[in-house]
Ligand binder design. Structure first.
Ligand code: SAH
Ligand code: AVI
Length: 324
């Protein structure tokens, strides 16, 4: 088939706006103020995340790439897929190692990147269409709501890389994996990237880098609210905080108000009060063990076929099939 790129948009502007309003109302009026991480990723947020992946402290991307460098051939061989689906695809940079391995095996037919961040998704999809000369179907969607919109044809390898699953709460993880399992058939495979539990100093450094890029990424969510809802946040009035929660084994990113302040959110007719030292939780990033990944996959209906770590044992890639 001639190379073609199509973009299916499932997050229409009014639906995006409704979801943002609901998250802001419920999250900022709660006792513990919270926003879901999906709102980091406007174009600037996606570019800041890309910068984070190259920071010396942020080992995750390098560790996952090193596994793909060594094992992409075996991964695609086991899956036998002709279609690569990628959830939360971003720039799809590491994904090229999987595409290369599929192309080398003569099986690469179609790529389906799926992300909520439309600008970055379009750029990546366009580049991959030209580089690989294949059919690319980009899907703009929220993986909590639009898994059902992903094309089902072909033998699919569904990659969810980067430990993005760690940004989901345990209840969200369970629902997401169950929904994903229900959307897959016997010859499909899931390739899941998870960050592993490790020394807390390394974890904290990865989420509070010296150059301050993660702090900028964290504060970007306030600029999104200013831009999209006419909010009046001054990002510099909030300190970037990264905490290790030993009980839940996750990093929390927070924005801590430097003073007592009342923020107007014009388009919602809201005034939100922050006390000095009060935190807005913007992200969790769970760190898992290999056993926990296998158990959670099993509870959602998957069977682990194989898993790989990098030489330092920092990151885990797991290949699983649905138990039908
Ligand atoms: N997979 C890439 C990017 C990880 S960053 C990597 O491994 O480096 C997380 C990506 O998930 C971003 O591109 C962001 O836009 C996307 N994302 C976050 N929440 C999402 C959601 N609910 N639905 C779809 N995409 C989402
Ligand atoms: C996308 N996700 C897996 C990143 C993480 O490590 O949790 C997002 C991020 N937050 C701060 N730095 C990177």
């Amino acid at each position: 088939m001639a190379p073609t790129m199509t973009v299916d948009v499932h997050v229409a502007p009014d639906a995006r706006r409704t979801a943002l309003e609901a998250d802001v109302r419920s999250g900022l009026l709660a006792e513990q103020k919270t926003l879901p991480p999906i709102w980091f990723y406007d174009e600037r947020g996606s570019l800041l995340f890309d910068e984070i992946t190259r920071l010396p402290e942020y080992y995750l991307t390098r560790a996952e790439r090193s596994i793909l460098d060594r094992h992409a051939g075996a991964i695609v061989e086991l899956g036998g897929a002709d279609t690569l689906v990628e959830l939360g695809s971003g720039t799809s940079e590491k994904t090229r190692l999987l595409l290369d391995a599929m192309a080398a095996g003569g099986r690469l037919r179609r790529f389906v990147p799926f992300d909520v961040s439309e600008e970055v998704l379009r750029l990546a999809a366009d580049d991959i269409t030209k580089t690989y000369g294949i059919e690319v179907t980009a899907v703009v969607g929220d993986f909590h709501r639009h898994l059902g919109e992903i094309p089902r044809s072909g033998r699919r390898l569904v990659a969810f890389l980067g430990s993005t699953i760690g940004n989901l709460t345990p209840a969200e993880r369970s629902r997401f994996l169950t929904d994903l399992d229900e959307s897959m058939v016997f010859h499909d495979r899931l390739l899941l990237g998870t960050d592993l539990v490790k020394d807390r100093r390394r974890l904290l450094a990865a989420y509070d880098d010296d150059a301050g890029v993660t702090a900028e990424f964290n504060r970007n969510v306030l600029l999104v609210l200013n831009h999209e809802l006419g909010a009046h946040f001054d990002p510099s009035a909030f300190e970037h905080v990264a905490l290790w929660d030993e009980e839940h084994r996750w990093i929390e990113m927070r924005l801590r108000s430097r003073s007592d302040q009342i923020i107007e959110i014009e388009q919602l007719g809201l005034h939100v009060a922050f006390e000095a030292g009060e935190d807005l939780r913007t992200e969790i990033s769970a760190k898992l063990t290999a056993g926990q990944v296998e158990r959670e996959l099993g509870e959602a209906g998957f069977v682990v076929e194989r898993s790989w770590t990098d030489p330092a044992g920092d990151f885990l890639l797991t290949l699983a099939r649905t138990y039908c």
